[in-house]
Design a protein around this ligand. Structure first.
Ligand code: GLC
Ligand code: CA
Length: 544
């Protein structure tokens, strides 16, 4: 198999449709907006786009609450638009990856509307219902979006489970009818010609709520194998379909269960170990601390070295995470340098890169003055909860500035015109007011821009074999500022050096000789590896 499957050679671009491009000026990004930007994506050199949910939804959680898996949200367009997108993308050799939310539906899904009507409704068992215990909720299970995971439904006097918002009831995967219906959904989209699925919160399917078990329940892998057999492989061509599971609780062993090819489950997983490095352990994403580079490096090393039977996803950003340049880089004086450094460090590793919209121009976090300007349900629920606990406004806002999901959800900055060229209407969420400085048009015109750097890197991954296949050797393991590694295969080798901090530092590699510099963020032309001075956020790749 090796690098034969298409997705091991691919660079994937993630689109958050609501904030990507608005084609009809109602303030909301849409499918025709994406179609209009296919030339741009082709220019960038990506192979596939993962599109966050575009299905019918009341948007309690921006489309992650689906009310019809086989229809398109009115705000985003029509099924005809979607078909056209699949077709036009294909003409440019860009594949489409759909985002599928199978852990829960919207409370407006017809299954739930039926289910809540009565205890003996045929759809009752599509969801997870429990009687009250001593007149209260069944147990202490909490929702990811704050508060209890149980909601009392007045009509029948029972509680239903919702691991996310109360408008996202969890499906009951033990019910075979649920599984059969979901398989129909997969077939529907495979037959439309999409090339894969990103599987939202897939790790939760085997939950045992009475035992307080959510991720990695006992039947999880049976369910995924069934999805593979009947769904991804419905036309006998599963190897052409890429599947990426969202797995917050995965370590390398757990990840292998999903992805070892013989297991016939998934292609890759998103794991988030590196994403918890600026959080106080056990206290979740709102409790902040500084990230230590040695910790980041040891996690990267672990996944590069101990997960060699699997295939890594390489990502800094997505629609749930803060902007990487504001997080592990420097979004002020060294924005351009640090954005390039972070890209060079991550995307020369072994695995498939996932670039999140706006990352390629170094978009930054947002700081709105008031809570009202934020739109995300997770932010609002957390705000209310912390307020009730008596936490000071200033401290709450500090966490939101650092970790809130709207950091990644402000509109894509296309140019320096009104609303950054995203819409001529009123955008559903405010544009970051740095758009005159940071936008695609400006970066297109400047060969030294973050955007051109991304375009080069993407091209390099195709041209330089050892980036895809080479073995990985970490260097400078103890260094708190600088990360370095080599990749080698068939006599070809590269060395990557990346300074994560603002300091200038001398380093030395006694037994490596650089043949030439392939790419760098300071336009370096020479390097003597025995004695190098690395400048703030400097990054270099050389041939060795
Ligand atoms: C995933 C999605 C996130 C969503 C949640 C519930 O984590 O990435 O945006 O809110 O699942 O579907
Ligand atoms: Ca629109």
């Amino acid at each position: 198999m090796g690098t034969q499957v298409w997705w091991k050679n691919a660079v994937i671009y993630q689109i958050y449709p609501r904030s990507f491009m608005d084609s009809n000026n109602d303030g909301i990004g849409d499918i025709r907006g994406i179609i209009g930007k296919l030339d741009y994506l082709e220019w960038l050199g990506i192979d596939a786009v993962w599109i966050c949910p575009v299905y019918k939804s009341p948007n309690d959680d921006n489309g992650y609450d689906i009310s019809d898996y086989m229809d398109i949200m009115d705000e985003f367009g029509t099924m005809a638009d979607m078909d056209e997108l699949i077709l036009k993308a294909k003409e440019k050799n860009i594949r489409i990856i759909m985002d599928m939310v199978f852990n829960h539906t919207s409370d407006e899904h017809k299954w739930f509307i039926e289910a809540r009507k009565s205890k003996d409704n045929p759809y009752r068992d599509y969801y997870i219902w429990r009687d009250p215990v001593n007149g209260d909720k069944p147990n202490e299970l909490g929702s990811v979006f704050s508060g209890s995971a149980w909601q009392l439904d007045e009509t029948t006097g029972q509680y239903y489970l919702h691991l996310f918002s109360k408008r996202q009831p969890d499906l009951n995967w033990e019910n075979e009818a649920v599984r059969k219906n979901i398989i129909e959904v997969i077939k529907f989209w495979v037959n439309k010609g999409v090339s894969g699925f990103r599987l939202d919160m897939i790790e939760l399917l085997g939950k045992l709520p009475d035992e307080m078990i959510t991720a990695n329940g006992p039947k999880l892998h049976d369910y995924i194998k069934e999805l593979y057999r009947e769904g991804f492989n419905c036309n006998g061509k599963a190897e052409e379909i890429v599947t990426i599971g969202e797995c917050w609780a995965a370590d390398t062993d757990i990840a292998l269960k999903y992805t070892e090819p013989d297991n016939k489950e998934l292609s890759m997983v998103f794991q988030f170990e590196h994403s918890a490095l600026d959080e106080i352990k056990g206290k979740g994403k709102w409790a902040l601390k500084e990230m230590r580079l040695t910790e980041l490096k040891s996690i990267i090393d672990k996944w590069q070295l101990q997960y060699d039977k699997g295939w890594n996803t390489l990502f800094w950003n997505n629609h749930d995470l803060p902007r990487i340049v504001s997080r592990f880089g420097n979004d002020k004086e060294y924005r351009v340098e640090s954005a390039k450094m972070l890209a060079l460090y991550l995307y020369c590793l072994k695995g498939t890169p996932f670039i999140y919209q706006g990352e390629e121009i170094g978009m930054t976090n947002i700081k709105f003055d008031t809570i009202e300007e934020y739109k995300d349900i997770e932010i609002h629920n957390m705000y209310k909860e912390k307020k009730a606990e008596g936490v000071a406004e200033e401290d709450i806002m500090k966490s939101i500035y650092a970790k809130g999901r709207d950091n990644a959800r402000t509109p894509m900055q296309w140019n320096d015109e009104i609303n950054a060229g995203f819409t001529k209407g009123i955008p559903w969420i405010k544009v970051n007011n740095n758009y005159k400085e940071i936008n695609v048009k400006k970066d297109m015109e400047d060969n030294n821009s973050v955007l051109h750097f991304y375009q080069n890197l993407i091209k390099m991954r195709k041209d330089i074999l050892c980036i895809r296949e080479g073995n990985y050797i970490p260097l400078l393991n103890e260094d708190e500022d600088i990360a370095a590694y080599t990749r080698n295969t068939n006599g070809q080798g590269i060395l990557v050096i990346a300074n994560f901090h603002e300091c200038t530092k001398k380093i030395s590699f006694s037994d490596i000789v650089s043949k030439r510099i392939i790419i760098s963020n300071y336009n370096r032309t020479e390097i003597d590896l025995k004695d190098v001075e690395i400048r703030p956020y400097e990054a270099v790749m050389c041939e060795i």
